[in-house]
Design a protein around this ligand. Structure first.
Ligand SMILES: O=c1ccn([C@H]2C[C@H](O)[C@@H](COP(=O)(O)O)O2)c(=O)[nH]1
Ligand SMILES: [Zn+2]
Length: 161
């Protein structure tokens, strides 16, 4: 009889866990988003989280949600999905899968489609009623990108760092 552990995490828990861990790097006070791109043979290819572009100080640019366009975060934040795509230093992302903690917006959907990613596994869809997410789903459907919601297992993991 084998002594193999049986309570190891599943692939989905592993990759969504990595996406959630990446999100912890975000400085956004309201919504932290993490993404993890995975190959067909379950290799992690890249990761990303929402944050300011290189050279743009986290302390100098605004994090507010409200106010004039130049005084809130939306003009400046690079989204986690785009960062994960841009962080990839290998060849092609054709047929890869993306695990992401928030459903991708329309701009990220464009980048995902153009990168050749074919599957999205998302956790939260809190902006489902917005034009951005409706447009995103319309483009993903047209482009044949499959997406489905991560099924939470409610497993809790404590990591001492
Ligand atoms: O596809 C997406 C959509 C949004 N984000 C980031 C951009 C912002 O930093 C937050 C959203 O902030 P709210 O305060 O919830 O409006 O999420 C992303 O990374 N990817
Ligand atoms: Zn986006």
């Amino acid at each position: 009889m084998s002594d193999k552990r049986t309570d190891y995490i599943s692939w989905d828990e592993y990759f969504m866990g990595v996406a959630k861990m990446s999100a912890l790097r975000s400085k956004d006070p309201n919504t932290q988003v993490g993404a993890c791109i995975v190959s067909n043979d379950n290799k992690i290819l890249s990761m990303g989280y929402n944050g300011l572009p290189r050279g743009c100080s986290d302390d100098e640019f605004p994090w507010a949600r409200e106010g004039a366009p130049l005084d809130n975060k939306y003009m400046y934040t690079a989204h986690s999905e785009l960062n994960a795509i841009l962080n990839y230093r290998g060849g092609s992302l054709d047929n890869a899968k993306m695990y992401v903690t928030l459903f991708p917006c329309n701009e990220c959907a464009k980048a995902i489609i153009q990168a050749g990613i074919k599957t999205i596994v998302y956790d939260c869809d809190k902006y489902a009623d917005t034009a951005s997410v409706i447009a995103s789903k319309r483009m993903l459907n047209a482009a044949g990108v499959r997406y489905y919601q991560y099924q939470r297992t409610e497993r809790e993991i404590t990591i001492t760092l």
